[in-house]
Design a protein around this ligand. Structure first.
Ligand SMILES: [Ca+2]
Length: 206
């Protein structure tokens, strides 16, 4: 008898638990760079360019140019084309930097951009992205699964202990390295870099 009562309580409880689903909504967006003007600076007035670990080593380099291959279909704009080379007998890394002009990232939780490799297949499927604040603190994130089609990358950038103060940010950096790159000499395109505040919503189906 006691067992029957217990079963009844459990069934009754389950009957009143609603099925839940999660949805996401973008409640705020700060566009950092869409590159659509085809020239510097970025959308917040910041400079950008490429860097080399060892400029004296001619076997490694990263060169930037604006490309009419925009991430948005039918959009008249530009992306950034990065011709990187980390094929070297020496330790090799280089990449792309962009000034963030001291912006406050406190209201945001996600870094979003679009990325693709070149259509001939000469590109790395993974690289690193770094964020730095004006105190010199640096957070590192890995991007994986790059293909020859545009894909959206969303990084939950505050899931790190490396940076605690997000109120004044100095730089966003892309890093290609001989150790991380799956293809050591190739072309990567970047476009539409922005910071988002994405909220997750619980939705009761019943
Ligand atoms: Ca663009």
């Amino acid at each position: 008898m006691k067992r029957k009562i217990c079963m009844s309580i459990i069934i009754a409880y389950l009957a009143f638990v609603p099925f839940c689903a999660f949805s996401q909504s973008i409640v705020d967006e700060l566009v950092i760079a869409d590159f659509n003007s085809g020239e510097k600076p970025n959308n917040i007035g910041g400079d950008f360019g490429t860097w080399d670990y060892d400029p004296n080593d001619e076997t490694q380099s990263c060169i930037m140019e604006f490309s009419p291959v925009d991430s948005k279909v039918n959009d008249i704009g530009y992306s950034i084309q990065l011709n990187y080379d980390v094929q070297s007998p020496n330790p090799a890394f280089n990449g792309f930097w962009m000034k963030l002009e001291g912006i406050d990232l406190s209201p945001y939780n996600s870094l979003r951009f679009w990325v693709k490799g070149n259509s001939e297949g000469y590109f790395t499927s993974r690289f690193k992205v770094e964020l730095k604040n004006t105190l010199g603190k640096r957070a590192v994130y890995f991007v994986k699964g790059v293909s020859d089609e545009w894909s959206e990358v969303v990084i939950d950038f505050k899931k790190t202990n490396a940076i605690k103060d997000w109120t004044r940010m100095s730089e966003l950096t892309v890093v290609f390295s001989d150790l991380v790159s799956t293809y050591k000499e190739g072309i990567i395109y970047l476009d539409d870099i922005s910071f988002l505040n994405i909220e997750e919503n619980d939705e009761d189906i019943f």
